[in-house]
Design a protein around this ligand. Structure first.
Ligand code: FES
Length: 121
């Protein structure tokens, strides 16, 4: 039986909601995010032109409201914006918001005995 590779990130208390820890693995590294208590790992490589995606700000999304010309702010802390050209990605999945056929690579994250791990790296 082969064991799944995993990499220790930090203690869970060192990655509070709304923060990101950079994991210097592989060619570009991985950003590990705490989004409202759930953990996600995204490649630090933007699929558009290769920018260091995880240096971009964590944000939300402006959506049309119920009334004409009304805008609402939604999904706060769930989106990362690429620092080069502003493409936005859902942290939970890596999916680009505007271009559904583009995706940043992602990995599963687990928490075990108070420690955060990225699986498969
Ligand atoms: S390199 Fe990320 S949006 Fe262009």
């Amino acid at each position: 039986m082969s064991e799944q590779k995993r990499t220790f990130v930090c203690h869970v208390d060192d990655l509070p909601p709304g923060t990101m820890k950079f994991l210097p693995v592989g060619k570009q590294g991985i950003g590990v995010y705490n989004v409202k208590g759930d953990f996600y790992a995204l490649s630090n490589y933007c699929p558009h032109r290769g920018a260091p995606l995880c240096l971009g700000p964590v944000s939300g999304e402006v959506r049309p409201g119920d009334e004409p010309y009304e805008l609402t702010w939604e999904r706060d802390q769930e989106i990362v914006r690429c620092p080069w050209h502003g493409w936005e990605f859902e942290i939970a999945t890596g999916n680009a918001l505007a271009l559904k056929n583009h995706k940043a690579r992602s990995w599963p994250v687990t928490v075990e005995d108070g420690s955060v791990y990225v699986e498969g790296v």
